[in-house]
Design a protein around this ligand. Structure first.
Ligand code: BTN
Length: 261
């Protein structure tokens, strides 16, 4: 890839890998053969993933040649507890890159980019700490660029930019736009904190004010009971947590969970 700024200055593009986020983490630790430790802004892109991962232990549909599988190594000098809004930061950057293609996205807390209620892209933020400080973050982003069809289990819930626009999207051009928007929003977040990110996130979100059911911590495995809460998604708080008001007026702040609209 060719990138003008610090993000993607150093990059690896692979025909196939298990997960670009695993490759990026190995590179960040200096475990990739023939490579040193990945610097801040290093990017891994693959044409296909054999073990693409989503949030909450889910797999990420990763067929060859149709989508973007992108992972960036970031080395922020922030305390680990300051990291959660980084996912919202990436969501805002992704929304702006999608807008540049002519498609209007909707953001769903915390990491989904939807179009017409269907999932277009997702973000997986993984943090590796060394004691009390961050060693590195891997920001994994999957975008359905040119998929023409999805497997039956995703057919009703997923979409691609190609399907929405009726034309192919060039991956290289989309990556350039994404890196450019990510640089701007990452710098804003690390210099000014989460407030500008949260304000921008709300402008791209349609879910605030609507009824939601939140599975706390995400769906559980067989035999495990998931705790859910239902109410109105009122706002994001100053740390980017979702504020939900239940029917009895009780207000809850959600740190991690899966939201159904
Ligand atoms: C989600 O919506 O649950 C997050 C999906 C993140 C998928 C991307 S694709 C590139 C990177 N590599 C992975 O294995 N996952 C992320």
């Amino acid at each position: 890839m060719t990138a003008p700024g610090w993000l993607g200055q150093v990059s690896i593009t692979l025909a196939e890998c298990g997960s670009t986020s695993d490759v990026a983490a190995s590179w960040a630790r200096g475990e990739l053969e023939g490579q040193g430790r990945a610097p801040h802004g290093a990017v891994v892109i693959a044409d296909a993933q054999t073990r693409g991962r989503g949030r909450l232990g889910r797999s990420w549909h990763s067929p060859p040649g149709e989508s973007l599988y992108f992972s960036a190594v970031l080395r922020p000098t922030l305390e680990p507890r300051r990291i959660p809004p980084l996912t919202l930061t990436a969501a805002v950057a992704l929304a702006e890159a999608v807008l540049e293609t002519g498609v209007t996205p909707e953001l769903k807390w915390p990491n989904d980019v939807l179009v017409g209620g269907r999932k277009l892209a997702g973000i997986l933020t993984e943090l590796v700490c060394a004691g009390q400080r961050i060693d590195f973050v891997v920001l994994g982003i999957g975008v359905n660029l040119n998929n023409e069809r999805f497997p039956p289990e995703l057919a009703a819930s997923a979409t691609s930019l190609g399907l929405v626009l009726g034309r192919r999207i060039e991956r290289e051009a989309f990556v350039r736009a994404l890196c450019e928007r990510l640089e701007v929003w990452y710098e804003r977040f690390t210099s000014a904190g989460p407030a500008p990110v949260i304000a921008a996130w709300k402008e791209h979100a349609r879910m605030l004010g609507g009824r939601v059911t939140v599975t706390l911590g995400g769906p559980k495995g067989p035999g495990q009971k998931a705790e859910t809460i239902t109410g109105v998604a009122e706002d994001l708080d100053a740390d980017g947590m979702l504020v939900v008001r239940a029917a009895d007026g009780h207000v809850m702040r959600v740190v991690a969970g899966e939201v159904a609209l």
